[in-house]
Design a protein around this ligand. Structure first.
Ligand SMILES: Nc1ncnc2c1ncn2[C@@H]1O[C@H](COP(=O)(O)OP(=O)(O)OP(=O)(O)O)[C@@H](O)[C@H]1O
Length: 324
């Protein structure tokens, strides 16, 4: 049967719409006995967006992730993954998941674990691509080794390869770097950034806030089962500032500083609020230009330092209930 003209027109209209978010959840709620673990959580993760899920121990992060993935049944609320209702198994076909706690069959080799998950996913991923995934997580030379003999960090790397192997459109990483050394953490960072480049959405639960700050476009902060704050890093951290210690500032130099952004002064320290909350290459290029102009105007530049509160400071403020 062919689609009638109305249906075809409707499909055409739908095709023109932006794709539905990778994750959409609304009003998620979960109680364990008398304890409310998750209490009305709603947020979205856009396609190709990297979103960090932050919050103290017991805030409900893992419970939210498990509800998103259908591993825990919510008491209330709705989930859509990649445009399908979360309870539809097809919704999960294009989702990669690295759980917080996991163990693979110790008698299998790393390559066999990957092959098993490819079969479970139903995706057709050639052996060469599976080997590439092991290479991506730094396990190329351990493909034939049994995972029973793997260190914790190596198991976590394998878990990441498993999450990525079936060409997911959404990857959910629950504490992906808890067992990794600093080099391994940097590798995961590169993997996440490469995923974003390929348009894959990532939901990242991590206590390593510096890591979240480096890779995430947006952050959702959970506290006692609720969303305590959510927004882009720019929205959460506020405007960036530049603090300069200067002497010999004449009227021209002051005008040059004022042209860069809102200016305040305390003795020799001048603070300029930089326009645009996000870091961009253009922004950073502005600073050397400003310094060069000031020097040309006869100013002596003693110190230049960027100023913005860190995500860690902001997170502590949110959890203490400070106003932004
Ligand atoms: N299966 C369960 N049975 C009973 N209580 C549970 C269960 N799973 C989670 N909880 C409770 O729900 C709350 C949220 O736990 P959850 O694991 O989601 O927190 P989290 O933010 O991921 O914590 P962490 O950062 O420590 O991993 C906690 O009070 C926890 O004790």
């Amino acid at each position: 049967m062919t689609a009638g003209p109305d249906l075809a027109a409707a499909r055409g209209l739908l095709a023109g719409l932006p794709p539905s978010p990778a994750v959409w959840c609304s009003g998620l709620r979960k109680r364990y006995g008398r304890r409310t673990a998750v209490d009305g959580v709603s947020f979205t993760v856009g396609r190709g967006e990297v979103v960090g899920l932050l919050g103290p121990n017991g805030a409900g992060k893992t419970s939210v992730i498990k509800m998103l993935l259908g591993l825990v049944r919510p008491d209330a609320g709705e989930v859509h993954l990649l445009g399908r209702p979360g309870r539809d198994p097809q919704a999960r076909e294009r989702v990669g998941y690295l759980p917080e706690l996991f163990r693979y069959q110790p008698w299998l080799t790393a390559a066999e674990v990957l092959a098993l998950h490819v079969r479970l996913s139903g995706a057709a991923v050639p052996a060469a691509e599976q080997r590439d995934r092991l290479g991506l997580v730094g396990l190329a030379d351990r493909a034939g080794d049994r995972v029973g003999g793997f260190s914790k960090g190596m198991q976590q790397r394998l878990g990441l390869a498993v999450a990525l192997v079936a060409r997911p459109e959404l990857v959910v990483l629950d504490e992906p770097t808890s067992a990794l050394d600093p080099l391994g953490r940097a590798d995961v960072r590169d993997v996440v950034l490469a995923l974003r480049e390929d348009g894959v959405a990532v939901l990242l639960n991590s206590h390593l806030i510096g890591e979240v700050e480096r890779v995430c476009d947006r952050v959702v902060v959970l506290d006692r089962g609720r969303v305590a704050a959510a927004g882009t890093l720019g929205e959460l951290l506020g405007r960036r500032e530049l603090r300069l210690r200067l002497t010999g500032v004449g009227a021209d130099a002051e005008a040059r500083l004022a042209a860069t952004g809102r200016l305040t002064r305390s003795g020799e320290t001048w603070t300029v609020e930089l326009p645009g909350a996000e870091d961009t290459a253009e922004d950073t290029a502005d600073v050397p230009r400003l310094v060069a102009d000031l020097v040309a105007l006869g100013v002596r530049v003693h110190a230049v330092e960027p100023g913005r509160i860190t995500l860690e400071e902001r997170l502590l403020g949110i959890l203490r209930g400070d106003r932004p």
